[in-house]
Design a protein. Structure first.
Length: 394
């Protein structure tokens, strides 16, 4: 009986297990090809930091694709936000802020920059979302136009030059680290939530008449995840600590996981992607739902732009270029269906990790850029083929 339950659970999560196995396989291959350099604490720290910007975009893109839409403008919006924030710090704020201490100035500049970055991301969405949701213009066309418009905005703000950012408090958002002691405390807190979540899920299954898994299986699963958390914290602390953008990514992932799984908005988004007409006939305001999905996408583009500015400590003319393709690829590799109605935040994060692992591993190997593009494209095609094959088999 127990073995039957386990097999059913494995079949239900086959796609998730396939992605995790893919990450393990990629890491083993690069570890062997780089004589273990890939597994060094420094490189793994850089790897997780590198995946954060695309991960922010991928989490928003999941909801966009789930509703049967696409957003090609997110890379350009990210670059535009980065350019505006850099311009603000280099030209505008120094001219208007009064004399004050370095600490106070740093806090004020960082706070204003974050608020402006998020605001610019929302404004870009407020321009595109109504055209898609209420005027019925295909998202592909609107966001394709937006991609060109905001790329022009990047060039206009930067005037073709790099705008350097020197405010250390702001740069720390993307380049800073959590102290080792704080990292261990956060790890213990996460482990506590893992076990609480397992037991809460068992209680809910019993409450609604579903049979929970054997207790030892749930404890085994929680222990496995807890071990991964401890290993992650140990490796990060071996270098310089948990990178702040990775911590920020985890917080955003938790929020969006709750949003997609435990709210009406999330359930309506999946229903809309599964069957738009049936969702409309059931009384759901599909226009408003699509509007808010693109609004969230704009907000996450703002977050990505802020982190990008801190990561490179500048606003550049190439900021965010091709990020939309990386975000879409992360979603598809992570199991999000282009047909709509299917996809998870966890899958998008694993997809982002796969993409970042490929880029990082090939960079460590000093592989020529043209091979990097070719391999990324092949991996995307194979991922889509596996998705189609699993669906046909099921």
């Amino acid at each position: 009986m127990f073995s039957k339950t386990i097999m059913e659970k494995m079949r239900a999560n086959l796609k998730t297990y396939t992605m995790i196995l893919a990450v393990i396989l990629i890491w083993i291959i690069f570890g062997a090809l780089t004589q273990g350099i890939f597994f060094s604490p420094r490189n793994l720290s850089n790897l997780f930091r590198q995946m954060t910007i695309v991960s922010f975009l991928a989490m928003g893109m999941v909801l966009v694709i789930v509703t049967g839409n696409i957003d090609l403008s997110v890379g350009s919006v990210t670059g535009f936000v980065s350019a505006v924030v850099a311009y603000l710090q280099f030209y505008t704020l120094p001219a208007i802020l009064p004399e004050m201490s370095i600490t106070a100035r740093g806090i004020i500049v960082t706070t204003i920059s974050i608020l402006v970055g998020l605001g610019v991301g929302l404004v870009t969405a407020l321009w595109q979302a109504p055209l898609i949701a209420y005027l019925g213009i295909p998202a592909f066309i609107v966001t394709l136009g937006g991609m060109r418009i905001f790329r022009g905005g990047v060039l206009g703000v930067t005037q073709g030059a790099t705008i350097v950012v020197t405010e250390k408090y702001f740069v720390a958002i993307a380049q800073g680290y959590v102290p080792n002691s704080v990292g261990w405390i956060l790890g213990i807190i996460v482990i506590g939530f893992i076990f609480l979540g397992i037991f809460w899920n068992r209680t809910q299954r019993v409450r609604y008449g579903f049979k929970p898994l054997p207790l030892y299986l749930d404890i085994l699963k929680a222990s496995a995840f807890s071990a991964l958390v401890l290993i992650f914290v140990f490796i990060m602390n071996t270098y310089r600590g948990i990178p702040i953008p990775v911590l920020l990514m985890a917080v955003v992932a938790l929020i969006f996981t709750y949003l997609t799984n435990n709210t009406k908005f999330g359930r309506y988004a999946y229903a809309l992607g599964g069957n738009k007409e049936a969702t409309r006939l059931s009384g759901v305001n599909i226009r408003a739902n699509i509007f808010y999905v693109f609004l969230l996408m704009g907000l996450l583009s703002g977050v990505a732009g802020i982190v990008l500015t801190g990561y490179v400590a500048a606003g550049t003319i190439g900021g965010g270029q091709d990020y939309e393709l990386s975000a879409i690829a992360s979603c598809i590799i992570g199991g999000t269906s282009f047909a709509g109605g299917e996809g998870t935040i966890f899958g998008a994060l694993v997809g982002s990790l796969i993409m970042a692992s490929l880029l990082n591993g090939m960079s460590v190997m000093n592989m020529q850029p043209f091979w990097q593009y070719i391999i990324q494209g092949l991996v995307l095609i194979v991922a889509v083929y596996i998705d189609i094959a699993i669906k046909k088999k099921s």
